[in-house]
Design a binder for this molecule. Structure first.
Ligand SMILES: NC(=O)c1ccc[n+]([C@@H]2O[C@H](COP(=O)([O-])OP(=O)(O)OC[C@H]3O[C@@H](n4cnc5c(N)ncnc54)[C@H](O)[C@@H]3O)[C@@H](O)[C@H]2O)c1
Length: 335
């Protein structure tokens, strides 16, 4: 039985708590921590509460630490937990920027612990099926990838949690916060490191926030595939995220938790994501937190299996930095 604690009891934390609780005889949630004492009530009855996570680590000596904190605290909290000998399941993004991400990627080996980064959409059934098809080469080589996110984030969203609109605390806006999974999947499906990025970011909402609410970029991957990313939280509602991968003989689209194939014979449905077993969290969080958390605990308990390591999350961190740098300099950023 693994002893687990959670740091940060805000919006995403119920999804983690429900997933840990569902592991039953494999894990027990011993304690939670938040600097806001009012969040204590969100913990299941009988769970210890701390306002200082370092004190929690000292007292509880957990096997696993879940990190659900604002972005600027991710690297430091992961480092403190790893140095205390704990395994870590950490929310995205890896860190505020690629430079901090490189330091983050050293923590596993330096402390002999395992760290899983929550890029849970890689574990969606639709993502897994598309990866399998792309690896098989059955539809011919990939020629292009398009990813698009058009969501709404109101002024109240930024007012409620002010860190979300402050550059030094969030590390950015619609890319690092809302579109990160889409940008990560574009790189993941391309099956190749990024070679260069030319992009632009903008604030087209008048909310007085420091971070971008809109971004667009053209990407060249080392294998010759090209991509177009568009992301914005200035839409009038949350539209379905769409990722389209064009291959020589067919085009694959993931939209509304469904994977479609389009070719000369028409359109067919190849996969649908599982309906979440745990009815917590918002629809935009996707369905695979529980799956990835269960896979990570399986690795911790059996020593075998796969999880998403900090180095797996480095490329999307660099991608986001490159779009920003390209926008600021007007230049193509070569990796
Ligand atoms: N994987 C996903 O799909 C997904 C979805 C939503 C959020 N997230 C990520 O989860 C993280 C948290 O997001 P959120 O929306 O829950 O944020 P939030 O602001 O709602 O919650 C953060 C909590 O951390 C607490 N906190 C701040 N400093 C602390 C400290 N030093 N010690 C202990 N607690 C502290 C705050 O009081 C707050 O309750 C972010 O990194 C976000 O990007 C991921």
């Amino acid at each position: 039985m693994l002893k687990t604690v959670i740091i940060g009891l805000g919006d995403i934390s119920p999804v983690h708590i429900a997933a840990i609780t569902s592991l039953q005889d494999k894990a027990v949630l011993a304690a939670g921590c938040d600097t806001d004492e009012g969040r204590k009530a969100s913990l299941p009855p009988g769970t210890a509460f701390y306002a200082d996570y370092k004190e929690m680590l000292r007292q509880e000596k957990p096997d696993v630490v879940h990190i659900c904190l604002p972005h600027y605290l991710h690297y430091q909290a992961a480092r403190d937990a790893a140095e205390a000998g704990c395994n870590v399941f950490a929310e995205k993004p890896l860190a505020l920027n690629y430079r901090d991400g490189l330091e983050y990627a050293k923590l596993e080996a330096a402390n002999q612990v395992k760290i899983c980064i929550c890029l849970q959409n890689r574990r969606n059934k639709t993502s897994e099926k598309l990866m399998e098809l792309l690896k098989s080469g059955e539809a011919g080589p990939i020629s292009g990838i398009h990813g698009t996110v058009a969501w709404k984030r109101s002024k109240a969203y930024y007012d409620a949690k002010s860190w979300r609109g402050i550059m030094s605390l969030a590390g950015g806006g619609c890319m690092i916060n809302q579109a990160l999974h889409t940008m990560d999947l574009m790189y993941y499906f391309a099956g190749s490191p990024i070679k260069s990025v030319k992009g632009t970011i903008a604030q087209i909402l008048d909310y007085g926030i420091e971070v971008e609410d809109t971004a667009a970029a053209r990407i060249e991957f080392e294998n010759g595939v090209t991509g177009l990313f568009t992301g914005s939280v200035a839409n009038s509602r949350d539209e379905a995220v769409e990722i389209e991968v064009s291959c020589e003989k067919a085009t694959f689209t993931i939209r509304n938790q469904t994977l479609y194939r389009r070719d000369q014979g028409g359109e067919t449905i190849l996969a649908r994501d599982d309906v979440p077993a745990l009815a917590v969290g918002k629809a935009v969080y996707g369905n695979s937190h529980q799956k990835l958390i269960a896979q990570f605990y399986q690795v911790l308990q059996t020593g075998s299996g796969d999880y998403i390591r900090p180095q797996d999350a480095l490329m999307v961190t660099r991608f986001i930095d490159a779009v920003r740098e390209s926008s600021e300099t007007g230049k193509t950023i070569r990796f």
